[in-house]
Design a protein around this ligand. Sequence first.
Ligand SMILES: Cc1cc2nc3c(=O)[nH]c(=O)nc-3n(C[C@H](O)[C@H](O)[C@H](O)COP(=O)(O)O)c2cc1C
Ligand SMILES: C=C(O[C@@H]1CC(C(=O)O)=C[C@@H](OP(=O)(O)O)[C@H]1O)C(=O)O
Length: 354
Amino acid sequence: MAGNTFGSIFKLTTFGESHGPALGGVVDGCPAGIILDEAAIQTELDKRRPGQGGLAVTARNEPDRIRLLSGVFEGRTTGTSIGFAIENTDQRSRDYGDIKDVFRPGHGDMTYEAKYGLRDYRGGGRSSGRETVSRVAGGAVAGAFLEPLGITVRAAAVELGGIAAESLDMGGAEHRQFFAADDNAVLRWQKLVKEVAAQGDTLGGIVEIRAQGVPAGLGEPVFDKLDARLAAALMSVGAVKGVEIGSGFAASRMRGSENNDAMLDTGFASNNAGGILAGISSGQEIVLRAAIKPIPSIALDQHTRDRFGAARTIRVGGRHDICAIPRVVPVLSAMVRLVLADMVLLQRRMGVGT
Ligand SMILES: Cc1cc2nc3c(=O)[nH]c(=O)nc-3n(C[C@H](O)[C@H](O)[C@H](O)COP(=O)(O)O)c2cc1C
Ligand SMILES: C=C(O[C@@H]1CC(C(=O)O)=C[C@@H](OP(=O)(O)O)[C@H]1O)C(=O)O
């Protein structure tokens, strides 16, 4: 679907720019009677919030307070559109004079200009990762719909700057929501981020997202395959450059005998399929990984061009993340929740399955 709306039945429309007065969204198609309050949405937003002073994170200090405007009455969804807004309170638009005419390599400046012939150069405008605040809010609404159905989604960083976690603990304590990795890997990540930031450079990583409790049979047979919809959802987030399902790229190097998940009396012997076969959920855990590129705004000289085609050098200032991890983690789980909510409703409309 073109424009700013995601989903076919459970839909999220987002609005807002990085340095405008506010961002927000409208969720359409959420059934009536779902228990939903602002606090639950706020909990998700707090995981993504900038300015928390943690590892690799922008200093822009936004409270990201959600204001629910419609569609919820006495703690339950009414079945009408759920509108919400999140104010921008810490813009420093004047800092962006440098990128008014000069394109940042790796960011959307050049392509927005090519598409629209103009752009909101204050921060990334609409292309800023700040837009993802509305996705997290929409994903929290989807989560409130999925939870009573027993469907839960978790996500965590599993690699940063090429350093993989040695062991994973997806079910661990709350702080591990961001870093499901062993503490040793987290320490090495922190050290690397500090070193690279001091050099004016940035880092990428890999995030794993898992959905549990998804019943077998979810997903449409041809174009709206569950894996296709999930991949598109993750790829719609800025800085995501690759998506794997189950064994993913590694499957290309396996034999069929290794990659197939044998079916035993007790269930599947393995989960190389990542919980999806022929675009339809198998009832196993859904396992996805997203490759996140390094943040494009770097404090190092780079060759570029300006809007008029002249060669220029740019060293990007402003308040930027060093790595999109950890803040992209809750964004990716939100996108998976949105897809699953949509697919559950699609399934109901088709009148098949449970
Ligand atoms: C949560 C999040 C935070 C981000 N923070 C920054 C940032 O501080 N500075 C920056 O230049 N890019 C940041 N990005 C990445 C850019 O938004 C992204 O690279 C840009 O929109 C270009 O899109 P592309 O990387 O998908 O091609 C962030 C992305 C996300 C999802
Ligand atoms: C403010 C947020 O992150 C921003 C994501 C971002 C980018 O280019 O993606 C650039 C920086 O902001 P600005 O648009 O002011 O340059 C980050 O601070 C946020 O996520 O809430």
